[in-house]
Design a protein around this ligand. Structure first.
Ligand code: NAP
Length: 457
């Protein structure tokens, strides 16, 4: 069902019909036709439209943030911050796209040419399949570079954020992008295959779970179409004896409960050296216990509800299963009574390898705490899941920093800080966390044809 359901109350606010196959075909045709002209627009023109859309986001921040909070439960403060981040990301690509996609000259003489270079050209219609957790930012970090590169976009957003999805099409259109440059498709995941197999669709990007990624990649593999996959993660947060423990504990809490615990790059496993384990655990648990859970519109709330009922059930099951096998809950662990899909900040320890929580991603405010004897064990535990998205390590020892940078199996490593996405830095994972990169120069080049040009006399 495509619907806005308020996670703080469970109330269904608005439902939507999914697009019919003829409507879908009409929208793909519109995108494909638009691409023929749009690819010839100048960087300056595209940048002006994108900056105008960024200005609209800034002007409409209160309304958009409210919509996001109603649809998926993030606190209003974090929703507003997300809107600001999107405006910044749009301006970043408006400023830098042309430089990122400048022709790359080659040694013409060496290849017997008068002129030889590589040039970036847009691929065409790109489908973006997106998740609800950062309903605006996940889309903007695809759309801003894709549009600046001269591609056109189709969005299949998560079924629980239809109004945010429609807003995105609207705000880009009001920014000035011509009709068909960026369209929201209100479709179910079962309709995605038809879009991917359409010959007018050139490529796809998916941010979401592993099963969804596998399905999209399999279809695109069959069609020989380029994909970028940004999938789940179970990021480690390693604390070594030389770390500033107060700061590490403070950031650990933010890294775990940001977005009500539903971030792919949230730190999920806290791996602490035995020498500082007790001191860190005491600080960390005290801070987690002090967090205020409640109405996401209330400015005193730290943690709102989980976005879906199923999401809360999944989190609850992982915790209950671990406890039944001998794990210890240090705080939280019990859902509150009452309406809404709330789950308390929870810290759990005495986790063993046979527990699903050891391997799986916990998409809610639950921290797993591990005690390790040395850096070898820390790296081994950190790398023990099939994921490889982000990683955090806290140490002031330069040799330990070097080892974590080299040895952590992840697309990103942050030393003495938490993993954050910045337009200026590439973002992506390895292993089951996916492949390809978003953001920075690398992100905009993903959906380009790097065409080799050789010109003879
Ligand atoms: P999800 O169930 O995979 O949904 C993501 C998107 O994929 C939604 O639009 C969904 O549509 C669609 N979808 C689901 N199954 C599909 C299929 N078989 N074929 C085509 N499309 C399909 O994931 P989620 O629960 O919304 O999001 C949480 C997951 O996303 C977590 O694992 C999180 O770590 C990951 N994530 C990763 C990143 C990253 O950058 N690496 C960022 C954010 C989130 P419907 O809603 O209609 O099912």
């Amino acid at each position: 069902m495509i619907a806005t359901i308020n996670p703080a109350t469970g109330e269904t606010i608005k439902t939507f019909e999914s697009a019919s196959s003829s409507e879908l075909a009409e929208r793909i045709a519109r995108a494909s036709e638009r691409f023929r002209e749009y690819r010839h627009t100048s960087f300056e023109q595209r940048a002006n439209w994108l900056r105008a859309a960024a200005d609209l986001l800034d002007a409409e921040v209160d309304d958009v943030a409210r919509l996001m909070t109603i649809e998926m439960g993030k606190t209003l403060a974090s929703a507003k911050a997300e809107v600001g981040k999107c405006a910044k990301g749009m301006r970043y690509y408006a400023d830098h796209a042309e430089g990122f996609l400048a022709d790359e000259p080659a040694d013409a003489e060496a290849v017997g040419a008068v002129k030889a270079y590589a040039t970036y050209q847009p691929l065409g219609v790109v489908l973006a399949v997106m998740p609800w957790n950062f309903p605006l930012w996940q889309v903007v970090r695809f759309a801003a570079p894709a549009l600046m590169a001269g591609n056109v976009g189709l969005l299949k957003h998560a079924s629980n954020v239809p109004q945010t999805a429609l807003y995105l099409e609207d705000v880009l259109s009001r920014g000035g992008f011509p009709d068909g440059c960026f369209q929201t498709l209100l479709i179910s995941s079962s309709q995605v295959e038809a879009v991917l197999r359409d010959p007018r669709v050139a490529a796809a990007t998916l941010t979401g779970s592993e099963p969804a990624g596998r399905s999209v990649a399999a279809i695109c593999g069959d069609e020989v179409k380029h994909t970028v996959l940004e999938l789940g993660g179970s990021d480690p947060f390693v604390v070594m004896p030389s770390a500033d423990l107060d700061r590490a504990a403070e950031i650990a809490v933010t890294a775990r409960v940001q977005n009500n615990g539903q971030s792919c790059i949230a730190a999920k496993r806290f791996i602490v050296h035995a020498d500082v384990y007790d001191a860190f655990a005491e600080r960390f648990v005290a801070r987690m216990r002090d967090l205020r859970v409640g109405d996401p519109f209330d400015s005193d709330t730290d943690v709102g509800p989980l976005a879906t009922e199923q999401g809360r059930t999944d989190v609850e099951k992982l915790v209950e299963d671990a406890v039944s096998r001998g794990a210890t809950v240090l705080c939280g662990g019990q859902r509150p009574d009452g309406p809404g899909w709330f789950y308390p900040p929870t810290v759990i320890t005495d986790i063993t390898e046979d527990m699903p929580i050891y391997q799986e991603e916990v998409f809610g405010p639950v921290a797993s705490l591990y005690r390790v004897g040395d850096i070898e064990e820390a790296v081994a535990v950190a790398n023990a899941t099939s994921f490889g998205l982000g990683s955090n390590a806290w140490t002031s020892d330069p040799e330990e920093q070097r080892r974590f940078i080299t040895e952590l199996a992840a697309g990103q490593v942050f030393i003495n800080g938490m993993v954050v996405s910045f337009p200026e830095l590439p973002f992506g994972g390895i292993r089951r966390s996916g492949y390809g990169r978003e953001l920075s120069a690398h992100g905009i080049r993903e959906f380009c044809n790097l065409k080799t040009v050789w010109v003879g006399a």
